[in-house]
Design a protein around this ligand. Structure first.
Ligand code: FNR
Length: 185
């Protein structure tokens, strides 16, 4: 069975992060054809063009990790109707220099969760806009998840609500189909 590697980027690393829980649930419910690789973003400095002549090791490790993977899964909270700075910073580093843009032609799926009723919808729309200029292949469809109760997903990714588990599994299914399709393109 052909396996596809998926870089898992989560826009929050705080203890108890509901987006980290969602990431575990995606990994737990996705088809066996997907192998998720956690990739960290928070050890990179803020983007600064002065560093371009000698890119920090943390930046090179990040861009190498993304290049090696067949696709990327971004799971992120919404911060002030946009995305967290840590994710934006990672996207910025990856987008430069333009000839080595790591996002170009990369399959990217996005989702996120928040306790609020619109479950990261506006943040994801903003993320979609940012990725459009990167020429990324962004998975169609919208997966917004309201984290209705503190025990909806546990730290291991077990989802207590059947309909939420099915919704999350459907996201993984669509990513598996898209990455397989693009591998033949
Ligand atoms: C938030 N939160 C938030 N929620 C939302 O639905 N829309 C928003 O615009 C924002 N803005 C926002 C800004 C900042 C700076 C913080 C810290 C939080 C609330 C957010 O959804 C909530 O804290 C989540 O629990 C964050 O995700 P993690 O860290 O639990 O994964």
């Amino acid at each position: 069975m052909k396996k596809y590697t998926i870089a898992m980027l989560v826009g929050s690393t705080r203890t108890g992060s509901i987006n980290q829980k969602l990431a575990r649930a995606i990994e737990a419910t996705a088809p066996d054809t997907l192998q998720f690789i956690p990739v960290t973003m928070e050890d990179m400095p803020w983007y600064n063009g002065d560093l371009e002549s000698n890119r920090p090791a943390s930046v090179n490790a990040f861009t190498d990790a993304i290049r090696k993977c067949d696709a990327v899964c971004m799971v992120t909270p919404e911060y002030n109707r946009s995305i967290p700075g840590v994710l934006k910073n990672a996207i910025d580093w990856g987008s430069k220099p333009p000839a080595q843009n790591i996002w170009k032609d990369k399959v990217i799926a996005m989702t996120g969760t928040s306790p609020g009723g619109i479950g990261t919808a506006i943040g994801q729309q903003h993320l979609r806009q940012i990725l459009a200029i990167q020429h990324a292949i962004v998975m169609p469809g919208e997966t917004y998840i309201t984290f209705k109760s503190p025990d909806m997903i546990d730290d291991a990714g077990h989802v207590s609500d059947d309909s939420v588990r099915e919704f999350i599994a459907a996201f993984g299914d669509r990513l598996a189909k898209l990455v397989a399709l693009m591998a033949t393109a």
